[in-house]
Design a protein around this ligand. Structure first.
Ligand SMILES: Cc1cc2nc3c(=O)[nH]c(=O)nc-3n(C[C@H](O)[C@H](O)[C@H](O)COP(=O)(O)OP(=O)(O)OC[C@H]3O[C@@H](n4cnc5c(N)ncnc54)[C@H](O)[C@@H]3O)c2cc1C
Ligand SMILES: *[C@@H]1O[C@H](CO)[C@@H](O)[C@H](O)[C@H]1NC(C)=O
Ligand SMILES: *[C@@H]1O[C@H](CO)[C@@H](O)[C@H](O)[C@H]1NC(C)=O
Ligand SMILES: *[C@@H]1O[C@H](CO)[C@@H](O)[C@H](O)[C@H]1NC(C)=O
Ligand SMILES: *[C@@H]1O[C@H](CO)[C@@H](O)[C@H](O)[C@H]1NC(C)=O
Ligand SMILES: *[C@@H]1O[C@H](CO)[C@@H](O)[C@H](O)[C@H]1NC(C)=O
Ligand SMILES: *[C@@H]1O[C@H](CO)[C@@H](O)[C@H](O)[C@H]1NC(C)=O
Ligand SMILES: *[C@@H]1O[C@H](CO)[C@@H](O)[C@H](O)[C@H]1NC(C)=O
Ligand SMILES: *[C@@H]1O[C@H](CO)[C@@H](O)[C@H](O)[C@H]1NC(C)=O
Length: 581
């Protein structure tokens, strides 16, 4: 396609192509075009950063700069076309992180995708749209001792994020969602637009089985529990992301500067007492050899670099566990032991079954280059589960799940098993959505251009291992229901031999990966708590003028896919910031 060395020019061009209308984007690539200072500086034009860029620049008198490491539009078609979402990991729009060898997974190393492009991970994710149960938000309010995070208080912000639009095939969606549970914000959300032969079987089975497998019209209407249609951040058959929904429509604002292909390398103090951290050091063109510039945010510096890069930037700046920083060769400026800790992710196990149908996606592309999941389910462990007795209930409450099912009409090559060269398959992916394993992010070097060490500690807690076994049993029972007669033939490969709990654990350790839902590495905690990184207003504890707004502030992992939660947090954060003036 294009071959120029100037990614920013391409980015502007590609964004123009997407909307096919002229824009006066101040998309900058050269620090000489920057103002001396801005009211607000946002690090990371990702999911949360896009929301903030839009909301904070709404008043034309307020100057806003957003700094984004990525920017190349090379993969723009794969970004826009929902089916191609799975082709994005490992391309120019991925940071290409990997995990440390995972003890719980036979020391396997996992790919750990994060978006490196405007819109961040919302530009590369798989688009499932879940806002979390009411319980989840009320749990956040309890943990942070701040009623501002309760569902009652947060609902208006969720309504500001998104709206339901017609599905790609224009089918009648009456009875497939609850209209009053949705708002009128910029992210377009739709029901599945390409029916598969699984959909009716899934819905029929859940209606037949009921109980733990009951049907739920809308997983975004209060209880994130039961079997339902997947709502996705897709509108007019295109991905709707932070970039397309929030950022691109306001690029004509002359008070908003978007600096792409630029890495924030350090946060610097403007004052020692009270410690005021509102200067950001950047490297334009994102190379170790690039010139550095210091830019000041007169009101606030906001870090939205995501769950990996936010703690890395803090640690590089001397904000974190002081003794570990000294050992790493960094002078501490603020002792915050929680930075990089409590990394939490959802472990994910692909259960494959051979099917008698020739109409799966397997023959279309015998690899992982297309993907669609039309149905989704969250369920609780059986009330009698010994796991609940032994570990307590780690979920947010009775409207939240412990495990998840996702159905794919073909062999979805998540995890290490390559697609077989022949055959037709059903993939029933199961995940643990209330895991108790906790990992961490730490520095591997003092260079902002080196990757940090990422240890999600997958399947290191016995609860997660036990819940995985339960979810695998549930999967086999589910596809043994009458609606699947004559369709599902048998478990495929090693799953066929995984007949005991022990063998199921071995299967999980061999084939599990994560769902790319890491959170919690700069967690929010009550104002006076001696743990956590930010207070319930998302201000970094013990300093002035520095906030964090992204998935790293989550106090606990949502029992759902997290992007809608990130958007909602960012909408509320924008309001907190503007009201604090
Ligand atoms: C492959 C994949 C599939 C997923 N599927 C789903 C799904 O189906 N549903 C769902 O709800 N969630 C899904 N998620 C998770 C969801 O996308 C993320 O939780 C969410 O987008 C995170 O938002 P964020 O604002 O915290 O970070 P991000 O959106 O990742 O934004 C961080 C931004 O900061 C930039 N940045 C980082 N460091 C610097 C620096 N030093 N200087 C300048 N810029 C910097 C990054 O380039 C990026 O643009 C998926 C994620 C992935 C990766
Ligand atoms: C990720 O890897 C791909 C393939 O090697 C490469 O093209 C891309 O530039 C890498 N991404 C980053 C941010 O370096
Ligand atoms: C930017 O474009 C939008 C949509 O075309 C328009 O409504 C808005 O007034 C424009 N804003 C500026 C500052 O030009
Ligand atoms: C940025 O500020 C730091 C700390 O005061 C200083 O060491 C550095 O030289 C400054 N960089 C530039 C480019 O001015
Ligand atoms: C991790 O989170 C828990 C609360 O869930 C908290 O008690 C603990 O202090 C945190 N750990 C660190 C190192 O901050
Ligand atoms: C699938 O295709 C094979 C080979 O062409 C054929 O023998 C079989 O009957 C087909 N099965 C179904 C369910 O259509
Ligand atoms: C896998 O997908 C790629 C597109 O990325 C395609 O070129 C290739 O032919 C596919 N492989 C097979 C075996 O179908
Ligand atoms: C990260 O967690 C692992 C256990 O999963 C532990 O061994 C390691 O010491 C931790 N590292 C840091 C920097 O906390
Ligand atoms: C950490 O640093 C070492 C030494 O430079 C290097 O060999 C290793 O690949 C790095 N690890 C990661 C995950 O980047």
């Amino acid at each position: 396609m294009f071959s120029s060395q100037n990614p920013s020019v391409f980015l502007a061009f590609a964004l123009l192509l997407l909307r096919s209308q002229p824009s006066e984007a101040r998309l900058l690539q050269d620090a000489s075009q920057l103002r001396a200072q801005y009211d607000y500086i946002i690090v990371g034009a990702g999911t949360a950063g896009s929301v903030l860029s839009n909301r904070l620049s709404a008043d034309p008198k307020t100057s806003v700069l957003v700094i984004e490491a990525g920017g190349s539009p090379d993969a723009i078609q794969a970004i826009a076309v929902p089916f191609l979402g799975v082709t994005l990991p490992g391309t120019a729009v991925d940071w290409n992180f990997t995990s440390t060898p995972q003890e719980g997974l036979n020391n396997r190393i996992l790919r750990y995708t994060r978006g490196y492009v405007l819109g961040g991970s919302s530009s590369v994710n798989l688009m499932a749209w879940n806002r979390g149960s009411d319980d989840m938000w009320d749990h956040w309010a309890r943990i942070t001792q701040d009623a501002g995070w309760s569902w009652k208080a947060v609902e208006e912000y969720y309504f500001k994020t998104s709206r339901i639009v017609p599905p790609a095939d224009g089918h009648d969606t009456t009875g497939q969602f609850v209209p009053s549970a949705h708002g009128n914000g910029p992210v377009e959300v739709s029901l599945p637009g390409f029916p598969t032969q699984l959909d009716n079987r899934v819905i029929k089975t859940s209606k037949q089985l009921g109980g733990r497998f009951h049907h739920n019209i809308d997983l975004n209407a209060g209880k994130a529990l039961g079997f339902s249609w997947v709502q996705s951040s897709i509108g007019q058959s295109k991905r709707s992301s932070g970039a397309t929904a929030y950022l691109e429509p306001v690029l004509n604002r002359t008070n908003l500067d978007v600096l792409t292909n630029t890495i924030a390398t350090r946060i610097l103090p403007s004052k020692k007492s009270p410690l005021t951290l509102n200067i950001v050091e950047i490297a334009t063109s994102g190379q170790p050899s690039s010139a550095r510039h210091n830019i000041t945010a007169t009101r606030e510096l906001i870090v939205s670099a995501g769950v990996i890069n936010t703690p890395q930037l803090l640690l590089l700046s001397g904000i974190g566990p002081s003794s570990a920083l000294r050992t790493a060769g960094i002078t501490p400026i603020l002792d915050l032991p929680g930075v990089g800790q409590n990394l939490t992710d959802h472990p994910f196990i692909p259960n494959y079954f051979t099917v008698s149908s020739n109409a799966t996606f397997d023959d279309v592309l015998r690899n992982e280059t297309i993907f669609t999941a039309n149905t989704q389910a969250f369920m609780r462990l059986p009330k009698s589960s010994p796991l609940l007795k032994r570990f307590g209930d780690p979920s947010s409450g009775p409207g939240s799940g412990h495990t998840e099912f996702g159905f794919m009409d073909g062999f979805a090559a998540f995890g290490p098993l390559p697609p077989p060269v022949t055959g037709h398959f059903l993939t029933l992916a199961t995940a643990v959505v209330s895991p108790l394993s906790r990992g961490n992010i730490s520095l591997n070097s003092t260079s902002p251009f080196d990757k940090p060490l990422i240890d999600p500690a997958v399947l290191t807690h016995e609860f997660d291992v036990g819940a995985t076994v339960q979810s695998m049993k549930d999967a086999q029972n589910f596809v043994s229901a009458p609606a699947w007669d004559g369709f599902v033939v048998a478990p495929f490969g090693d799953l066929a031999q995984a007949t005991t709990d022990e063998l199921k654990v071995a299967y999980a350790r061999k084939y599990a990966t994560t769902v790319n839902h890491p959170v919690g590495t700069a967690a929010m905690s009550p104002k006076k708590a001696n743990w956590g990184v930010v207070d319930p207003d998302l201000k970094v504890k013990g300093v002035e003028k520095l906030r964090i707004v992204d998935a790293s502030i989550f106090p606990v992992i949502p029992e759902v896919h997290p992007q809608a939660v990130v958007y909602t947090v960012a909408e509320r954060a924008a309001d907190l910031i503007l009201r604090s003036l």
